[in-house]
Design a protein around this ligand. Structure first.
Ligand code: CUA
Length: 158
């Protein structure tokens, strides 16, 4: 078979790209221990209120920084008002006591799902003081559109 030189270059280039794509998938999946990169912590969704991790949903500040413990439930978040300091790392630890909810702090990069049975955790920094709306962005039932809370980012005290 007579394949022109330039045709051969393109065939090898296309083959190389396919090999690279397959290699990326294999390397990242094996490197990530064959699971998505997430904080895999489980919880019994029927015992959220008595679980010591979620028995007292609140904002705590200690040597490790600010931690917000909260949960979602049809159709609200507890606590409904969260106060944190601007410019400091804030770690959110959250779960759901019933169905899957969303947790989006509008205008920030804070956005996660609250899946029953799992603890969602992420850390972020709010640079701009002010009042932010928190909404549920996963359809969770008839009151989904009512499910909201408030984040107040206070000017950091020196
Ligand atoms: Cu909770 Cu939608």
């Amino acid at each position: 078979m007579n394949v022109p030189f330039y045709e051969k270059i393109w065939m090898w280039a296309a083959g190389g790209i396919i090999v690279a794509f397959v290699a990326i998938v294999l390397i990242t999946s094996i490197g990530g221990a064959l699971q998505p990169p997430s904080h895999v912590e489980t919880i019994d969704p029927t015992k959220v209120f008595t679980d010591p991790r979620f028995a007292h949903p609140a904002v705590t500040v200690d040597a490790n920084g600010t931690t917000v413990v909260a949960f979602g439930m049809m159709f609200g978040f507890t606590p409904a008002e969260i106060r944190v300091a601007a410019g400091k790392p804030v770690t959110f630890r959250m779960t759901s006591a019933d169905v899957t909810h969303g947790f989006l702090i509008v205008g920030t990069n804070a956005n996660t799902m609250l899946v029953p049975g799992y603890v969602s955790q992420f850390t972020t920094v709010f640079r701009q003081p002010g009042e932010y709306l928190i909404v549920c962005n996963e359809y969770c039932g008839l009151g989904h559109h009512l499910m909201s809370a408030k984040l107040i980012v206070e000017e950091a005290r020196p």
